[in-house]
Write a protein that binds this ligand. Structure first.
Ligand SMILES: *Cc1c(COP(=O)(O)O)cnc(C)c1O
Length: 384
């Protein structure tokens, strides 16, 4: 691919900070760079405690452990998401209950959540798709009235806000991703954001193999020992040093992604008016982070033609997601509540455009190729 779908951006400071971790000789987790990342994330998101993990997937596994989910407990979530939203809960024997998404933001449809609640429901795990917030006020209200925990899969949502409040800071727990396809990266990486003070101490224990090691190093206990179930969820200092360099540059990264996003959005506006596509919808309450630019095309055939035509021009555009409710594991391990018609429809028609820092000089070519691909789409290439 001449112009790939994603190209990880590196600030240039990563190797310098890694060399400092190397020189300091502290390579396991929770050293200086991990602490620096924790403080930075706590200051930026307002969460009570940020804990670096190997991935967002690992952070969601920790969330399932912290909620003490038992076999047969249910967690309400969208089907239009990545497998990791469901996997951590399924590992505890819990059942994902899928509900449909809104046609505008492609986020979980808050008006369908209440009907999916049963006596076994323990939590709602929402995904802020494309870094655009779910309807948090309505969802928080439902959770409060039914005594349910909220877990935010904010893998795509770093630096986005809902009514000025950062994503990942609403639920009892939030999970971020620093995978190389996200805005701020460490190759593989993630963070658990703990907002419920009652979960904060146990989160440290679960992350440190079920030991009270963190309390020991703070001098709160005089020996450290096995106190709970857990696993090893913390990354080493090399990864944390890489991430620290990215976080230092996070505002500039977001600004450059935003400029690319705005360029796509302005370009697509007349095409939307001509009925050739639909653009992303950003509600007034939501400030997004330019994680993704997607287009909704009129049909599956139109999308296939579009992706193939771009590929022939050396440009990587991809679809998103195969819905979980109709995947082999989703059918076996989860359950759909009600119609999934919006999910099925958009997953056939959505295409993600390349969006990465450094794409700027290629944008004319991307947009011209996309325009030509749309124009050659034939009669199915128009919205009904
Ligand atoms: C990327 C992503 C994940 C997984 O993140 P990892 O850090 O790769 O584990 C989970 N959920 C959503 C919605 C994602 O986009």
């Amino acid at each position: 691919m001449k112009i790939p779908f994603n190209k990880p951006y590196m600030t240039g400071r990563e190797l310098w900070l890694i060399s400092q971790a190397h020189a300091a000789g502290h390579l396991s987790g929770d050293g200086r760079f991990t602490r620096q990342c924790h403080e930075w994330l706590q200051a930026k998101t307002g969460c009570r405690k940020a804990l670096l993990t190997h991935s967002c997937t690992a952070a969601l596994e920790m969330a399932a452990l912290l909620l003490d989910l038992q076999p047969g407990d249910e967690v309400i979530m969208p089907s239009f998401t990545f497998v990791s939203t469901a996997n951590g809960f399924v590992l505890r024997g819990a059942v994902p209950v899928f509900v449909d998404v809104r046609a505008d933001t492609l986020n979980i449809d808050e008006s369908l959540i209440e009907a999916a609640i049963t006596p076994r429901t323990k939590a709602i795990c929402m995904v802020h798709y494309a870094g655009v917030a779910c309807e948090m006020e309505a969802i928080m209200d439902i959770a409060r009235r039914h005594g349910l925990a909220i877990v935010e899969d904010a893998a795509q949502g770093i630096f986005s806000t809902y009514r000025g409040k950062p994503l990942g800071s609403f639920g009892a727990l939030g999970a971020l991703s620093f995978h190389e396809t996200k805005n701020v990266i460490s190759g593989e990486g993630g963070a658990l954001l703990v907002n419920d003070p009652a979960l904060s101490e146990r989160a440290e224990i679960i992350r440190e193999k079920g030991t009270n090691r963190s309390q020991f190093f703070r001098g709160q206990v005089d020996k450290y020992t096995w106190v709970d179930i857990g696993s090893s969820y913390l990354p080493g200092e090399i990864i944390a040093a890489f991430l620290a360099a990215q976080l230092e540059d996070a505002d500039a990264i977001t600004a450059r992604r935003m400029a690319l996003w705005e360029r796509y959005h302005a370009w697509a506006e007349p095409l939307e008016r001509q009925g050739l596509l639909r653009r992303p919808v950003i509600p007034a309450d939501c400030e997004h982070n330019a994680h993704m630019y997607y287009l909704l095309l009129p049909s599956l055939q139109a999308r296939t033609h579009f992706i193939e035509t771009l590929r022939d021009s050396g440009i990587g555009a991809v679809f998103h997601y195969i819905p979980l409710h109709s995947s082999p594991a989703g059918i076996r391990l989860g359950r759909a509540h009600g119609s999934m018609s919006v999910t099925d429809d958009i997953s056939d028609r959505l295409v993600r455009m390349p969006l990465w820092v450094g794409l700027e000089p290629h944008m004319d070519e991307v947009l011209e190729s996309a325009r030509r691909a749309l124009a050659s789409g034939g009669p199915e290439g128009s919205m009904a």
